[in-house]
Design a protein around this ligand. Structure first.
Ligand SMILES: [Zn+2]
Length: 171
């Protein structure tokens, strides 16, 4: 990762409010005017840690993935898909997800980390349905479409693939 570019903005109007957000490559930290240099440095550090922790929470663990898979199965597939494990994998460069129906295992490409939850959920949903229907036939898609944002998520991922590599993605 490149070193973080931090821009501190001081405002007398923000008396006690301290906040931080990402703006492209930069991180903006809003501080009240008139803090000592030491206080300011401490606040910047604290706000950067807080922001990083918040972003970390958006990247679910393997356990979180399994929990989400079970929720999706319960909500959209009457609990009929029963994954034994769902985990992130690093070595899946040409597919967003894959599964082994005999073992009930699902693998999700780590390239999805940090993407919106509803997009990750779609990929999990896709693989859950594969545990029930191996091929991409009409029955497969009927089940996948029970996930309300299926089409939107496909559009999102297609746009992402095109931007990243110019190549179509295989599931
Ligand atoms: Zn598929």
């Amino acid at each position: 990762m490149p070193p973080e570019t931090v821009e501190v903005r001081r405002s007398s109007r923000r008396r006690r409010t301290v906040s931080a957000y990402r703006d492209g490559e930069k991180t903006i930290v809003l501080l009240p005017d008139g803090l000592s240099r030491t206080d300011e440095e401490q606040w910047v550090r604290r706000m950067l840690d807080r922001l990083a922790a918040k972003e970390q929470r958006r990247r679910p663990s393997d356990d979180d993935l399994l929990e989400r898979a079970n929720e999706l199965s319960a909500r959209y597939l009457d609990g009929s898909a029963r994954p034994s494990s769902v985990r992130w994998v690093e070595n899946q460069r040409h597919r967003w997800g894959s599964c082994t129906p005999d073992h009930g295992t699902i693998r999700i490409s780590s390239r999805l980390r940090g993407m919106p939850a509803w997009v990750v959920d779609y990929v999990i949903m896709h693989e859950l349905v594969h545990l029930l229907v191996p091929s991409h036939g009409p029955r497969f898609w009927t089940l996948v479409e029970r996930y309300p944002r299926a089409e939107r998520a496909r559009g999102f991922l297609e746009g992402f693939s095109t931007a990243a590599s110019g190549a179509a993605q295989e599931w």
